[in-house]
Design a protein around this ligand. Structure first.
Ligand SMILES: Cc1ncc(COP(=O)(O)O)c(C=O)c1O
Length: 473
């Protein structure tokens, strides 16, 4: 009750309804009026006095002490949007750059074909919970400590061993830094190696998250075309020979799905060495290849320490795990770890430790094998259904790997109206043109099959065919 009295009087003083010098009723009067005990009102008055809102003079009474000049003034008469644009101008130039670069909306995993979402329905939740519970029991108090900003050592070791065996990455565990996401790795790298105005190659079309991280660091983005062999290195060299960085997805180009050939990888490395530039290799879904042998990572071919390699557990496991990695050349590790300590603390130790156990006990490899079979089947269903129902409109070019495929429209057909109409029908199929910084040379739709069950894929393609046929008319 005393809080209520206090709050009402305080609001009246702050709002100006009780101006400076106003004499308040006595505690006895107010208590009688409000049907409260005098003591309750007394406590409220004392609180107001202690905070400087009122003055109490013995024999004279209580007066409002806060005046017009020392009252915080509310910005009167301005609209919410005026205040919002005003607060944008309160940001620094760098702050505005960062805020404007952030384009990633939250992912709605529930929509059919939603991008970047793995098959969460098939994740072995019970098994993971057992591994997690066991680690929590065995780990004891050490799991509650802050931990090493570079990451939990057994996970760094397990990651180094896994990447060496499966991806041909050459590294010592000390070069492996555990981060929360690829996005965090990209942000860290961009801030560490780029100055505002530096040129950075990005794949055209390419991954929006990488584009955002580089733009936020003030980079001048140089879109370099991607053809059937991957990023066209000679075009990059022609456009920006002295770029400081090249962001690439060589094992499975995002979003086209092309695998960069060995010749292109060698050419990219040769340029980076000549230009003393960095290659940021994003190996985001390399675990899932359905045909042919995977090419080893560019990092493994690097002899001059120009590659910063990143990958994520958030696709193979589940997105809210929030564990990914960045592999840096030996000479850089310490400084990257120090920089990471500035921007963020370590990823939750329990998650890292449980993941290290999950890998060490062989569950990780088994899970990948199982999901690869499942995703391959889903990919087959999607490809088959698209050919059956939309074969004259959409062409699937590359679908040998990954969680999604790009289906191309005939030249001259706009992909945006189709994507918008599909969204209205519950399908999340972004237009390929969205991934271009410049003029799109190809148009189509990006369809994620990994997170979409077989029956939903079949129904989804039917819906898409219906939507497309309505647009023809
Ligand atoms: C090319 C590429 N890199 C990285 C990611 C995301 O990884 P993370 O969730 O670890 O940031 C995605 C998709 O979500 C992606 O398509």
């Amino acid at each position: 009750m005393y809080r209520q009295v206090y709050r009402r009087l305080r609001a009246a003083i702050l709002g100006g309804a009780l101006p400076h010098g106003t004499r308040l009723p006595s505690t006895r009067q107010l208590a009688a009026e409000l049907d409260l005990s005098r003591n309750t009102v007394e406590v409220a008055f004392e609180q107001l006095r202690a905070e400087g809102f009122i003055e109490r003079r013995i024999g004279a009474g209580s007066f409002v002490a806060m005046s017009r000049t020392n009252r915080p003034v509310a910005p009167a008469g301005r609209t919410r949007s005026a205040r919002a644009s005003e607060s944008a101008s309160l940001l620094s130039a760098r702050g505005r750059l960062v805020a404007e670069a952030g384009t990633r909306a939250g992912q709605a995993a529930s929509r059919t074909f939603a991008p970047c979402v793995p098959g969460l329905q098939d994740f072995p939740v019970a098994l993971w919970n057992r591994v997690l519970a066991k680690r929590a029991r065995l780990g004891g108090g050490a799991l509650l400590e802050t931990g090493d900003p570079a990451g939990y050592r057994p996970l760094r070791e397990a990651t180094a061993a896994y990447l060496g065996a499966v991806r041909g990455v050459q590294c010592d565990w000390r070069q492996v830094l555990i981060v929360g996401s690829t996005q965090q790795a990209l942000d860290l790298v961009a801030r560490l190696v780029l100055d505002p105005g530096d040129e950075a190659w990005i794949e055209e079309p390419g991954y929006l998250g990488a584009r955002a991280a580089l733009a936020a660091a003030g980079a001048r983005l140089v879109p370099v075309p991607v053809d059937a062999d991957g990023i066209v290195v000679e075009q990059g060299v022609a456009l920006a020979p002295r770029a400081r960085l090249a962001y690439v997805t060589p094992s499975h180009q995002y979003p086209l799905g092309v695998t960069t050939t060995l010749a292109r990888r060698v050419a990219l490395l040769a340029w980076a060495e000549r230009a003393a530039a960095w290659i940021v290799e994003d190996d985001y879904d390399s675990e899932f290849r359905y045909a042919g042998r995977p090419l080893a990572a560019v990092q493994g071919l690097d002899r001059s320490g120009r590659v910063l390699y990143t990958g994520t557990f958030n696709k193979v496991m589940f997105p809210s795990l929030h564990v990914a990695y960045l592999v840096v050349p030996p000479g850089l590790a310490e400084r990257v770890v120090a920089a990471r300590a500035v921007t963020d603390g370590p990823v939750a130790t329990l998650a890292q430790a449980a993941l290290a156990d999950f890998i060490g006990d062989g569950h990780f490899a088994a899970h990948i094998r199982q999901m690869r079979r499942l995703y391959e089947e889903r990919r087959d269903v999607l490809r088959h259904e698209l050919a059956q129902r939309l074969g004259t409109l959409l062409t699937v070019a590359h679908a040998e790997a990954g969680l999604h495929l790009a289906a191309l429209l005939p030249r001259g057909v706009d992909d945006r109206p189709l994507s918008t109409a599909a969204a209205a029908a519950g399908l999340d199929v972004p237009p390929l043109s969205r991934y271009y910084l410049g003029r799109p040379s190809r148009r189509g739709l990006v369809l994620n099959f990994a997170g979409t069950a077989r029956a939903e894929i079949i129904a989804g393609v039917r819906t898409l065919a219906r939507v497309a046929s309505k647009m023809d008319r």
